[in-house]
Each structure stands twice: as structure tokens, then as C-alpha cells.
Design a protein around this ligand. Structure first.
Ligand code: XMP
Length: 582
């Protein structure tokens, strides 16, 4: 499996990992140009509702909520702008410890309710002596809880507690060998005396603060890890990245051996806790939910259904722009199997009428978004009294909005999927996934008994096949792209590659070319196959699919779809291309 993945993936470390700021700026620009949503899954529903909301000048209303059950353990990650803060949080959660990322200037009141058992200070792009360099809040040290500073976080500890940091003679970037000093520390419990670690820093510790000792060194850093008797630790390397193979054990040691965590963060516990919280929030109110067939909305709906049963009504707007059998699958899961209150709105005619003659991708998006909101509002109005709307907001969206101070960025972020509801309905939000990462959402989906096929579904854009048909969208072209897409999906699944790929799909181009079939000349469409690997859709690489697989896909398409006589494979990466063609 791992080998296959290597075959498909060109790694993006070294020069190609963008900093958070670069990513936000790039995204910022692309969002000014379009309504593209650059995150995975089924964000489209809430994004549409939100865009409608913004046009009306409304703000979403989030319900205040009690964040943690009394017995839950938590660690707080203080963010200094590192591209790796998310990874730290994910690794901590993988150790079954709940954590939240907070901005470096978060007041104590905002973290107190988490009742942290320790703090992790992230890396950051600058130096601790830079003008305006962010500092760790005083409560981090005054709490007397264990603290783990990573890279910039370590330099801050040195700087704030009375040590000295200087620009390193040589920038240390990449792999290094960490040698443990002969100091007994729980941080390295069970780990070998020498380990490969990933370094990425310019500054280094010249003098440790009083009471600290060096726990490990590398060729270029005499103090690659330091600690004091109170459980304050600094690491010059990044334990959260895969290039530090023992990094997760180091984090686990910090969490378990130093913070005293025991690993109580489980999906079963999350489901039980969420059910209780939803019940408390909703009482005997009524909730509506916009189902798209994507992972997030499916999991939210199922979780809410588990909590309040028939007080929930799901609305599935079938735009006619979905892939083959998608609508039936959603009906089967939610209506037939789970027996939810379920409204399937067949709105294909409305969408196709509005799209008639439209070729501009942004116009397509705009029309589909507006129509979606109209249909949704009409259906919701038929239900009668409704009090709440569910949202599939995920943790990265919530916190990225909180971490990025600028208003401009925050607004762009809300296009992703934070909040938003039709104003005429005056509803409150139920957002049970707002503290979960995507992987955790999948785990919760499985825990709730959703089919694997739905839980591991690749992201599918809100405007659906409309942006995979270059040029005008009509029923005939939709049928062609559906047939081609079906073959691509089938073969990718048969080759057991579906889950390794971020997305794999077909595009129908308006290009027609000459071919020969039997003794006759054909003049058919050219279809393109796109398959990409990616971590987060911000960057993506074309997948190195085996030639045999490409040959099978191509053969099947030209044989089974009579309108297509030529197949090409898209070998462009993002950037500069995008994943979708429109
Ligand atoms: P691009 O094409 O910008 O896509 O590289 C990045 C990710 O976003 C998805 N995408 C969309 N999702 N509405 C959505 O809900 C859209 O308008 C849209 N455009 C692109 C795309 O499938 C990929 O996962």
C-alpha cells in the first residue's frame, strides 16, 4: 500500500510547502475572482447558503456551547503562524488527546474552559527578536503546567525565561541526527539514543534559561532539545512531521508521561457527548439539514438524527448535476435505511433551464448557488416551524477564521463553510463537527454506521458536473460525462486506488476530433481523465497512474461511450493548474 502511494505521490516537502500566509494570500486572490471553495468534501451547501446570507448583509448566529465534558483531557496548542500547527494538532488527536489550536494572543478566559493539562507552543516564521514578534501569553508559564515549545516555541521559552537566542551561523534545514544526552527525561522514554529528526530553523539557543539543561544535540545545534524540572521542554526540531519518524512517540511521551493524559478522546466518546449536547441545545425544537451526499453533511445529519430523531428533516436538492446513481444512493442511505424525515427535491429542470446557453464557469457557479438557495428556502418554508439549521463546519475552518486576524481574510474564509442561513428563516446553527478534523469526521461516520462508500467519498464540487463539462451544460452532455466518469471511478476502485487519490474524475471537453471505428470515420468528443494526489486541495499533483490502468480506462471509454473517440490524461499540477478544469 505504502509503495503504491509513493508511486502516485510526488512529495511536497522542501521548497514546495507553502506557508500559511502564502496559502491564505493565494486563496485570497482566487476567492476574489470566484466562488471556488478550496476545501474538501461537501462544503457547497453551507457555502451557498452563506453567500446568499452575505448578499443580504446578515451574520450567522452560532450557538454558545459548553465545550468539554467534565472528564475530558485537553491540551492547548498556541499558534505562532507555523505551517505545521495543524499537523501538531492532528498528531495530538492521533494520540487520543483532545486539543485545540488558539492564536498566540488568546486571553486566558478563552482557553480556561478547556481545562488544559499542558501547552504546546508552535513554530513560527519569524525570529523572537524581530520587532513585534509574538510572545507566549503569561498564563502559559504561570499555570505551572507542562509546556512543549517547538522551534520558534522553543526559542520563545529561552527568550522569555531569561536565556539567549542568536541567529544560527548556518541555517539548519532538513534531516539531522539527534543525539540524546545522558539525562533521564520522560520525553525520550523508550526511544533510541540517536534518531533522525526534521530541522527547519535559522536561530538557535545560545544560552539556556536558568534551570534548563540540554537533553539532546545535533551537529549544528548544541541544544536541539532542552528541559527543566518543571516540565518545560523545548525542541529545535519538528516532531509533528513524518520526516521525524519517532516524532509521534515524543509527542505521546509529552502528553502521557508529562501532562498525565491517558488517551480518552475516542469517537465513541465524541458521539455520546455530541448526542447529549445536541439534545441540550435543541430541546424539542425542529432542525433542518441540507444533505449533499458528501461526508460532512452525511455525518452531521446522522449524528443529529441519533440525538433527536424525527425532530430532524433532511432536504436533498437534486440539481441534476450529480454523478450516476448518486441521488439513489442518498435516498437509500437516509430514507430507506435510516428512515429519516427526508425530502428529495428533484430540481434538475430548474437548474438546467437556468444554465441553458451559459458557458462561463463563474456564471455557472453563480446561477447554481442562487438556485440552490431558492429551492432550499422554498422546501424549508413548506415544513412549517423550524428552529435550527445544521452545518457541517469543521475545525480547520473555525480556527483558521479565528487565527487570521484580518477582516478580509476572515470573510474569505467564511466562504468555505462557516455558518450562514437564509435570513427569512431566522434559525440558529447546530454545528456538531466544529471541533473535528476531516479524518475524525470519517471515523465518526463509521462509528455511526454510515457506509464506507459514503465515508471515504472523494470531494465533489458543489456545482457538480456543470464545471466538468467545458462549455454549455445540457442533458446530452451530462449523460456523456456521467458515463465516462462512471468508467473512471469503476476502474480506479477496481485498482484499489480510490482512497489514495484526492480526486479522480472525467471532464468532457468541447473539442471534437476525427477517429476511426471499424471501417467508419468518427467525429467525436475528447474526454479528459484527471486524477490527483493532495493533502488539502491547496496544492495537488497529478497521480502517476499505472499505464495499464490508463489503457483500460481509455479503452473502455472509447468502446462504451459512443460520443467519445479520444481520451487524454491531465498531467498538470496545482499550482499553476487547478484541480477542476473550470
Ligand atoms: P480547484 O479546482 O480550485 O479545487 O483546485 C479545489 C477543491 O475545491 C473543489 N471545488 C469546489 N467545491 N464548489 C465546491 O464546493 C466549487 O465551486 C468548487 N470548485 C472547486 C474541487 O473539487 C477541489 O476539491
Amino acid at each position: 500500500m505504502a509503495e503504491e502511494k509513493n508511486h502516485l505521490t510526488k512529495t511536497y516537502h522542501d521548497g514546495n510547502l507553502w506557508s500559511r500566509q502564502e496559502r491564505v494570500l493565494t486563496e485570497d486572490k482566487s476567492k476574489q475572482d470566484s466562488h471556488r471553495v478550496a476545501v474538501s468534501g461537501d462544503v457547497e451547501v453551507s457555502a451557498y447558503l452563506e453567500i446568499a446570507e452575505e448578499r443580504r448583509g446578515e451574520q450567522p448566529q452560532a450557538e454558545p456551547e459548553e465545550r468539554l465534558a467534565p472528564e475530558r483531557e485537553a491540551v492547548v496548542i498556541v499558534d505562532f503562524g507555523s505551517q505545521y500547527s495543524w499537523l501538531i494538532a492532528r498528531r495530538v488527536r492521533e494520540c487520543r488527546v483532545y486539543c485545540e489550536v488558539v492564536p498566540h494572543d488568546a486571553p486566558w478566559e478563552s482557553v480556561a474552559s478547556l481545562r488544559p493539562k499542558g501547552f504546546i507552543l508552535s513554530g513560527g516564521p519569524g525570529g523572537v527578536y524581530d520587532p513585534g514578534a509574538p510572545q507566549a501569553p503569561a498564563y502559559v508559564y504561570e499555570s505551572h503546567l507542562p509546556v512543549l515549545g517547538i522551534c520558534y516555541g522553543m526559542q520563545l521559552i529561552a527568550y522569555q525565561l531569561g536565556g539567549k537566542v542568536t541567529p544560527g551561523v548556518k541555517r539548519e534545514y532538513g534531516l539531522a541526527v539527534l543525539h540524546q544526552n545522558s539525562v533521564d527525561t520522560p520525553l525520550f522514554a523508550g526511544l533510541p539514543p540517536e534518531m533522525p529528526v526534521w530541522m527547519s530553523h535559522g536561530d538557535r539557543i545560545e544560552e539556556m534559561p536558568p534551570g534548563f539543561m540540554s537533553l539532546a544535540y545535533t551537529d549544528n545545534s548544541p541544544v536541539a532539545a532542552m528541559g527543566n524540572d518543571e516540565g518545560v521542554i523545548g525542541l529545535q526540531f519538528h516532531p509533528e512531521v513524518v520526516h521525524t519518524p519517532q516524532g509521534k512517540n515524543i509527542l505521546k511521551n509529552f502528553l502521557y508521561e508529562m501532562c498525565g493524559c491517558t488517551g480518552t478522546w475516542t469517537t465513541g466518546g465524541f458521539v455520546a457527548e455530541s448526542v447529549e449536547r445536541i439534545n441540550n441545545q435543541v430541546g424539542d425544537g425542529r432542525v433542518i439539514c441540507a444533505l449533499s451526499g458528501g461526508v460532512d453533511s452525511a455525518v452531521v445529519a446522522t449524528l443529529i438524527y441519533r440525538a433527536i430523531g424525527d425532530q430532524l428533516t433532511c432536504i436533498f436538492v437534486d440539481t441534476g448535476l450529480l454523478r450516476r446513481e448518486e441521488g439513489e444512493r442518498i435516498d437509500n442511505t437516509f430514507q430507506k435505511n435510516m428512515k429519516m424525515n427526508f425530502i428529495h427535491v428533484n430540481a434538475a429542470d430548474r437548474f438546467l433551464d437556468k444554465l441553458s446557453g451559459v458557458v462561463d464557469p463563474e456564471e455557472k457557479r453563480h446561477i447554481i448557488g442562487e438556485e440552490f438557495v431558492k429551492v432550499f428556502e422554498e422546501e424549508a418554508a413548506r415544513i412549517g416551524r423550524v428552529d435550527f439549521l445544521d452545518q457541517g463546519t469543521l475545525y480547520p475552518d473555525v480556527v483558521e477564521s479565528a487565527l487570521t486576524g484580518s477582516r478580509a481574510v476572515a470573510t474569505i474564509k467564511t466562504h468555505h463553510n462557516v455558518g450562514g442561513l437564509p435570513s427569512v428563516m431566522n434559525l440558529s446553527l447546530v454545528e456538531p463537527l466544529r471541533y473535528l478534523f476531516k479524518d475524525e469526521v470519517r471515523e465518526v461516520g463509521l462509528e455511526l454506521g454510515l457506509p464506507e462508500e459514503m465515508v471515504y467519498r472523494q470531494p465533489f464540487p458543489g456545482p457538480g458536473l456543470a464545471i466538468r463539462i467545458i462549455g454549455e451544460v445540457n442533458r446530452e452532455r451530462l449523460e456523456i460525462v456521467r458515463s465516462v466518469d462512471w468508467i473512471v471511478m469503476d476502474e480506479i476502485k477496481n485498482a484499489d486506488l480510490y482512497r489514495q487519490l484526492w480526486q479522480s474524475f472525467a471532464v468532457l471537453t468541447p473539442v471534437r476530433s476525427v477517429g476511426v471505428m471499424g471501417d467508419s470515420r468518427t467525429y467525436g468528443y475528447m474526454a479528459a481523465v484527471r486524477a490527483v494526489t493532495s493533502e488539502d486541495a491547496m496544492t495537488a499533483d497529478w497521480a502517476r497512474l499505472p499505464y495499464e490502468l490508463l489503457a483500460r480506462i481509455s479503452n473502455r471509454i472509447v468502446n462504451e461511450v459512443p460520443e467519445v473517440n479520444r481520451v487524454v490524461y491531465d498531467i498538470s499540477s496545482k499550482p499553476p493548474s487547478t484541480i477542476e478544469w473550470e
